[in-house]
Design a protein around this ligand. Structure first.
Ligand SMILES: [Zn+2]
Length: 215
């Protein structure tokens, strides 16, 4: 899942307009950022399963980034780091709660689409609803559209900046559709990790830059 997580970040911005959009999008992507970092460090693994041609899905061993208990821990850590770094303290408990919820939304959205490969903790039984590919893609696009609509409705940014966020979401949606219909599997997982990290970084930076000067 990709653009669905962006949709969660956009929805969070509608709920908590004073938290930077870049921060919220980064929170929504955090588990994947950790995944690709851990793949680079050989702490977690990704492989091309035998049925890739039909499912277009990679198989993951990712207990540290996408385990349920770890997702709780990362969500708490994100809220703590945000608070500790001085993020708009006037919000009191509300803003860290939004940061934690946005971070944890990643696990819930991934649980919908991943087959049972998301452990509760390392070595435990694995969870995952594993919705069919077309259903999962349709659901993800609906989530993204809903998040974008909530963002546009609540945002006080200028029309051109809101349009830029709509454009960003469309580009990420196209990437998502492309990724879930691609027929040839990736050959080098380190390259995949690097390009994925770069793509997430670009989306976060664009979201942060466009949201700056917004009032
Ligand atoms: Zn994920």
């Amino acid at each position: 899942m990709l653009v669905g997580h962006l949709g969660a970040g956009l929805a969070a911005k509608a709920v908590a307009p004073r938290i930077g959009l870049g921060t919220l999008v980064a929170a929504a992507f955090l588990l994947d950022i950790l995944l690709w970092l851990f793949v680079t460090l050989h702490i977690e693994g990704v492989a091309v399963p035998g049925d890739y041609a039909e499912t277009h899905r990679l198989a993951f061993i990712f207990p540290w980034s996408h385990g349920l208990l770890m997702a709780f821990a990362w969500s708490a850590a994100a809220a703590f780091v945000w608070t500790w770094s001085g993020g708009e303290g006037k919000y009191f408990a509300f803003a860290p709660t939004v940061i934690a919820a946005t971070t944890f939304s990643h696990w819930i959205l991934d649980w919908l689409v991943h087959p049972p490969e998301m452990p509760i903790w390392a070595g435990s039984e694995s969870l995952g609803l594993g919705l069919g590919q077309s259903v999962a893609l349709a659901l993800e696009l609906v989530i993204a559209a809903a998040g974008l609509a909530a963002f546009v409705f609540r945002s006080k940014l200028s029309a051109s900046r809101r349009t830029a966020i709509v454009g960003l979401t469309l580009v990420v949606a196209l990437l998502t559709v492309f990724g879930s219909t691609m027929t040839s599997p990736p050959t080098d997982m380190l390259t995949l990790a690097g390009t994925s990290l770069l793509a997430l970084f670009v989306v976060i930076v664009v979201a942060a830059v466009v949201d700056r000067e917004g009032g």
